[in-house]
Unconditional design. Structure first.
Length: 165
């Protein structure tokens, strides 16, 4: 089943396509802004900067702070989310791989490989798209789709801040 994070405008906004069916659109306020929002699973999700250096972001669901996106000194991204039942937190690591061809790997805190995002640049439209490769695991699609909101946001920021975008 093909999964794609497809750029939809010059601001960096993107949509998730699963078998060519749109699951959500993440929209930035302006060109590769550090503020983005979407509606997913009947909830409004927003990412807002937590500091001046754009290395920490809060994740809000319906106005409630439910997590963080943190860029660490090694160039990796930590995605920390509070469980919906309030029983704790889950932490994921998004690692950048490659020099000539860019890809990102999403790992659990137990180092389980969940997803790979392979970046492709469309020179005609001057936009990035990410092919999503699902690794062998039993996470439901709805959980992966929500994680892809945060991964796409982080990958776009990484590409922009590293001079690739």
């Amino acid at each position: 089943m093909p999964i794609l994070l497809e750029s939809i405008d010059s601001r960096g906004s993107f949509r998730l396509l699963r078998d060519r069916e749109e699951q959500f659109q993440l929209k930035y306020q302006n060109w590769f802004s550090s503020k983005a929002m979407t509606t997913f699973n009947d909830q409004q999700i927003m990412m807002l900067p937590k500091n001046f250096w754009m290395s920490k972001f809060d994740i809000f669901k319906d106005g409630v702070d439910v997590g963080d996106i943190i860029f660490n000194w090694m160039g990796h991204v930590i995605i920390r989310l509070t469980r919906a039942d309030g029983s704790g937190e889950d932490e994921f690591l998004l690692k950048h791989r490659g020099i000539m061809s860019t890809q990102y790997e999403l790992l659990t805190e137990k180092n389980e490989h969940l997803l790979t995002l392979k970046a492709g640049f469309n020179w005609k439209k001057f936009k990035y798209n990410y092919e999503v490769i699902r690794e062998g695991h039993d996470y439901p699609d709805i959980v992966l789709d929500e994680l892809l909101i945060y991964c796409g946001f982080a990958a776009n920021l990484h590409m922009t801040n590293s001079g690739m975008g």
